[in-house]
Ligand binder design. Structure first.
Ligand SMILES: N[C@@H](CCC(=O)N[C@@H](CS)C(=O)NCC(=O)O)C(=O)O
Length: 219
């Protein structure tokens, strides 16, 4: 496909635009990447996502698709090669549930803890429920998708690189490798997948960026 038919508006530090890129690469789809400055959003981003004004936005044949989880499903439905979502409806439901649980109970909680002293106490307990469920789910498997990465692996991509940065920024620890050994093994396996490994932003750039962003949000 000609790349002008498919454009991704993303940002280098975002695990969500990273996730969309991983999905496109896994499927071998050509696309044009447009880096957004989130402090000074382009008129195109505001035009394509006027409600949330956020990345990622996928533009396919001039039509914008918004919300990273919806984009992931759109990609899977549009390009059938290397399926991302489980074929079984029950497995699909479980994968969607766990991805949302982790995002709401862990990612959102740790980010709030980065920005507010009060939230620091709440984040470990809130995260524990989600991390335990994921640890149970991945037990005995290399990836959530089986032998290769799939929907839940992609949706949990932030766990393998960003969680540790947010823990540093918040000054708390929620990921305990003793408590969640299977999930911890998954993090190592996932990071080793070439498409993921090659694309992870440098931690030396990610950490200062989120330290500064959290500092601004605190005031
Ligand atoms: N629910 C949205 C969240 C998107 C989101 O929060 N994007 C962030 C970057 S990771 C953003 O664009 N932030 C800019 C802003 O909030 O102004 C999704 O999953 O796509």
């Amino acid at each position: 496909m000609a790349s002008q038919e498919l454009k991704l508006f993303g940002a280098w530090m975002s695990p969500l635009s990273g996730m969309v890129e991983w999905a496109l690469k896994l499927k071998g789809i050509e696309y044009e990447y447009v880096e957004e400055d989130l402090q000074n959003k382009s008129s195109l981003l505001l035009q394509y996502n006027p409600i949330h004004k956020k990345i990622p936005v996928l533009l396919h044949r001039g039509q914008p698709i918004i919300e990273s989880a919806i984009i992931l499903e759109y990609i899977d439905e549009t390009w059938k090669e290397n399926p991302i979502l489980p074929q079984d409806p029950y497995e699909r439901a479980v994968a969607r549930f766990l991805a949302d649980l982790a995002q709401k109970k862990c990612l959102a909680a740790i980010w709030m803890a980065c920005c507010s002293e009060k939230e620091k106490e709440r984040a470990p307990e809130s995260s524990a429920e989600a991390l335990k469920a994921l640890d149970e789910e991945i037990k005995g498997r290399k990836f959530f998708g089986g032998e290769s990465i799939g929907y839940l692996d992609l949706r949990l991509g932030w766990l393998c690189h960003w969680l540790d940065v947010f823990e540093e920024v918040a000054g708390i620890k929620v990921m305990d490798s003793q408590k969640y050994p299977s999930l911890n093994a998954w993090i190592k396996n996932f990071r080793e997948v070439p498409i993921i490994k090659e694309s992870l932003p440098a931690r030396t750039e990610l950490a200062p960026f989120f330290h500064e962003l959290a500092f601004i949000r605190r005031f």
